[in-house]
Design a binder for this molecule. Structure first.
Ligand code: MG
Length: 306
């Protein structure tokens, strides 16, 4: 392989830590509010520029995150970290604004059946619901992130066309979304699909508006990160300790572990501003509270004894 294979790779990458929201939302068992707060404080200490802290969804829909306001009131905010929350509707946005959030995220998908199953409306319906949310966020001066789930495959429809991802992407940008997070919700992507989807998006979307959200369900997440890096993508989502199982493959991994992502990036000389050792500390704390072993290869290697 020639050195030019890495020529387009960014020197600096933003890692969006999604463990407290995307991770905990998909884990079984409730976590005490104080433990969530301590976990986020440890992640803040690690130096993330962005931490997705919680979700202002209906407590009836996702009881694990019913304490969103208490969590945001309890954390020690690091001035250079943006604390974001998922917001599905105007009611959630009102709660998010009262909680002094620094950025909001909305969630839809590239596959009609997935969106219907997951948020009980069509893709067009989800976008219509976001319109007032995004208007409220922008008039409060808040940045808005838009999740496009099932961008590489759908549990109901199978393959998803890159053009379908690009269509939702441009619709979200037209609504005023600042950044798109392109999600491999069921963890089926391989590098060629990443290149296909990314190139299709880049024909219509500026590169600095695209983040990639890979799941390691089938062990391809880091290969997919490398493929995206080679196209110049410089924002990636991950969860400390690989928090968040895959709801479509029980027992399997979901979110790419932040530790594994950081090891790859730092090893390639890419600057993230995040301390890998401090992320290990956050995962170690949470693993202790939950009595679970984190789903991170790097964590396992770093904490092995003997
Ligand atoms: Mg995820």
């Amino acid at each position: 392989m020639s050195a030019s294979a890495f020529d387009a790779i960014p020197q600096r990458v933003t890692v969006v830590e999604v463990g407290p929201r995307d991770g905990l939302q998909n884990e079984h068992g409730a976590l005490a509010t104080a433990d969530k707060i301590h976990f986020i404080n440890l992640l803040s200490a690690a130096g993330f520029a962005v931490i997705e802290a919680t979700s202002f969804v209906s407590p009836k829909a996702i009881p694990q995150l019913a304490d969103a306001s208490e969590v945001l009131a309890g954390i020690a905010r690091r001035p250079s970290t943006r604390y974001t929350a998922l917001v599905p509707n105007v009611r959630g946005m009102e709660r998010a604004l009262a909680a002094n959030i620094s950025e909001v995220a909305v969630f839809t998908g590239a596959s009609e059946s997935f969106v219907q199953h997951n948020i009980h409306t069509s893709i067009a319906g989800s976008l219509a619901n976001f319109q007032p949310v995004i208007t409220m966020a922008r008039s409060a001066g808040l940045r808005v992130r838009g999740y496009i789930s099932t961008a590489f495959g759908c549990p109901y429809e199978g393959t998803v066309a890159p053009a379908a991802v690009a269509r939702v992407a441009t619709q979200l940008l037209d609504l005023g979304v600042d950044e798109l997070s392109i999600g491999d919700t069921i963890g089926v992507a391989t590098p060629r699909a990443v290149v296909d989807v990314t190139r299709t998006l880049l024909a219509q979307v500026a590169i600095d508006r695209i983040a990639m959200h890979f799941h390691d369900t089938r062990g391809t997440a880091l290969a997919n990160v490398l493929a995206a890096l080679q196209l110049g993508i410089s924002t990636f989502d991950s969860a400390a300790g690989g928090l968040g199982g895959c709801p479509y493959a029980p027992g399997a991994s979901g979110n790419l572990a932040t530790e594994d992502l950081l090891y790859l990036l730092h090893g390639m000389g890419i600057v993230t501003g995040v301390s890998l050792e401090a992320v290990i500390e956050a995962s170690r704390f949470l693993a202790g509270v939950r009595g679970m072993t984190p789903a991170s290869r790097y964590y396992a290697a770093a904490t092995a004894s003997g």
